[in-house]
Design a binder for this molecule. Structure first.
Ligand code: ZN
Ligand code: ZN
Length: 121
């Protein structure tokens, strides 16, 4: 792993804010002043393919990144857009029940919860 890639991953793992690529670039630039936006994007892509980070697709917004690759759920504030983790074991029962309703072979699911964060509520 290149040094740049390591710094990107370390910084991402150090936050729980689920930053966008732009935000990661701003954070990483403090350590690697010469790094370009393109390099950050490319490295995020490689790290995601290797399974070292998670890309999370929050409805209607920019792609966000998560340094925690264990399965967990996300809750999004409908007012300010903050995304927090909800640690709860994957609802495998739900998949089993839904399998009966679909001809697809179900391999997983994503569930995004929404609400108001402590500051907005
Ligand atoms: Zn909020
Ligand atoms: Zn998360």
């Amino acid at each position: 792993m290149t040094y740049q890639r390591k710094v990107i991953l370390d910084e991402l793992r150090g936050v729980t804010s689920h930053p966008t690529a732009d935000e990661i670039y701003q954070i990483v630039k403090k350590k690697l002043s010469k790094i370009s936006m393109g390099t950050v994007y490319r490295n995020l892509e490689v790290l995601s393919k290797k399974g070292l980070l998670q890309k999370i697709d929050i409805s209607g917004k920019q792609m966000r990144f998560d340094g925690n690759v264990n399965k967990h759920y996300h809750v999004r504030c409908i007012k300010c857009g903050r995304v927090d983790d909800i640690f709860f074991k994957p609802l495998e029962d739900l998949e089993k029940k839904l399998q009966d309703k679909s001809d697809f072979l179900l391999l997983g699911h994503s569930l995004e919860l929404s609400g108001l964060c402590p500051e907005c509520k």
